[in-house]
Design a protein around this ligand. Structure first.
Ligand SMILES: Nc1ncnc2c1ncn2[C@@H]1O[C@H](COP(=O)(O)OP(=O)(O)O)[C@@H](O)[C@H]1O
Ligand SMILES: [Mg+2]
Length: 256
């Protein structure tokens, strides 16, 4: 059995008396294309924050490759290969797209401060940043300040910043949120072109995107995993039909 890239076991988390995650299990194998779905308030973002270490868990274990990171700080998990994008933009508006990526690469290479001190970034780093932006279709916007990028382009840039750190596990919290329908296909193409060995967790409401992207999925409702497995199996699960979709067995709800 191959070592999972990321494994959460029996994870629980509460805000005061509100139990938001209850005995959650989640496994991402290397190369996983795993979707996490569930109604608003189910605890999806909280789970992502627990996996990255932004929120401390109260019970359970989180293992990244072969390291127990249950109590590790977010930057320690990042150094071990865990990256995420946020549900809302978290970019520097005045920096150019390319400079933003260069910063990320510098950080990965342990060169963090030099850019700010005015030293010229190394050529191979600038080239790598340009390549990455081109792969995401952002080459034309490379020299523009982030604030001039369209919303969808900012989301892609955020993805570029995460990829620049060469993660082994990538957590995407609703990357299509706020994107015009016409740009979702482009996002899907970008996701499908990501490295084969990268484990990806996609939190997403757009079921069409989910079923086109994912080869496995988990359904979270009220902080509990209701079902997981291959999409077709999960889609047909009675527990999911009943609890998540509010359907009665005689009136199954279709996802897509
Ligand atoms: N920082 C917080 N403090 C208190 N309650 C929170 C906090 N963050 C989220 N919640 C609550 O936790 C539940 C799960 O939220 P969230 O993880 O954002 O759900 P989802 O991403 O699935 O929509 C919701 O009831 C939400 O109101
Ligand atoms: Mg959320």
């Amino acid at each position: 059995m191959m070592t999972p890239a990321l494994q959460a076991t029996d994870v629980s988390l509460a805000f005061g008396r509100l139990a938001v995650l209850q005995s959650v299990d989640l496994v991402l194998h290397p190369g996983a294309r795993h979707a996490l779905i569930g109604p608003n308030g189910a605890g999806k973002t909280t789970l992502v924050n627990a996996l990255t270490g932004e929120l401390a868990i109260q019970a359970g274990r989180i293992i990244l490759a072969d390291t127990d990171v249950s109590a590790a700080k977010p930057h320690e998990r990042a150094r071990l290969g865990l990256q995420r994008t946020f549900q809302v933009n978290s970019l520097f508006p005045d920096l150019s797209a390319k400079a933003s990526v260069v910063l990320s690469i510098n950080e990965r290479e342990g060169l963090g401060g030099h850019w700010w001190r005015g030293a010229r970034p190394r050529t191979h780093i600038v080239d790598e940043a340009a390549d990455l932006l081109a792969r995401l279709g952002l080459d034309a916007m490379m020299h523009r300040p982030v604030r001039e990028l369209a919303y969808g382009q900012q989301r892609l840039l955020e993805l570029a910043l995460a990829l620049a750190r060469r993660p082994s596990v990538l957590l995407l919290d609703e990357p299509a949120a706020g994107l015009p329908a016409g740009q979702r296909a482009g996002l899907l193409e970008v996701l499908e072109a990501l490295p084969n060995n990268l484990a990806i967790l996609l939190v997403e409401h757009d079921m069409q995107l989910v079923f086109e992207f994912a080869s496995s999925m988990s359904v979270l409702a009220q902080g509990r995993i209701l079902a997981d497995g291959p999409p077709d199996q999960v889609r047909g699960s009675e527990a999911v039909q009943r609890a998540y979709l509010g359907a009665r067995p005689d009136h199954p709800v279709s996802f897509a």
